[in-house]
Design a protein around this ligand. Sequence first.
Ligand code: 5GP
Length: 197
Amino acid sequence: MKLLEERIQRDGTVKEGNILKVDSFLNHQMDVELFDLMGKEFRRLFADAPVNKILTIEASGIGIACVAALSFHVPVVFAKKTQTLNIDGQVFSSKVDSFTHKKTYDIIVSKKFLTPEDHILIIDDFLANGCAVLGLIDLIRAAGATLEGVGIAVEKGFQSGGQRLREMGIRLESLAIAESMDASTGKVTFREQPRQS
Ligand code: 5GP
């Protein structure tokens, strides 16, 4: 999505350790008009998928998922990060290694909100090594729900997550795929994606 790529070039900053900072428009201050266009693009890309629920992970996926949900006319469920694992059996849980925080945490979703009838689209802000998305896929599998696909705002194509998911046969649509990022110049290059706007 050209508009997102241009915005990353203009307002994003590249940090040491392969971190792209986009907190002026994506995951701290949020440009909801850009989110609206991103949500419509996800809808266009997954137009043929019978999505009835969007699943994301707190905190930074929630804003994008909620605005996208307006285009899909479906509810959003977000997985909660927790340190106290509920052991009364009322939640699905999985473990996620955090790329940005360098630690492992549990994620949970109440069993009330993921069922075998659900057709799920996962939405998140970033895809790096894929741990967050794989954790969400664990929850979907535990519930017996159907995964329709994964929509990502920014995929870092030089990390392993995208390849892992595509090799698993998962339908993955990323609005911008960063091929390289240079912390000294701040330059980001993007992969060409002919199907996108
Ligand atoms: P993964 O689980 O795919 O390794 O990493 C994805 C998660 O880490 C995302 O939910 C996102 O919050 C965070 N993340 C990974 N890379 C970046 C990055 O370059 N910039 C920012 N802001 N967050 C990132």
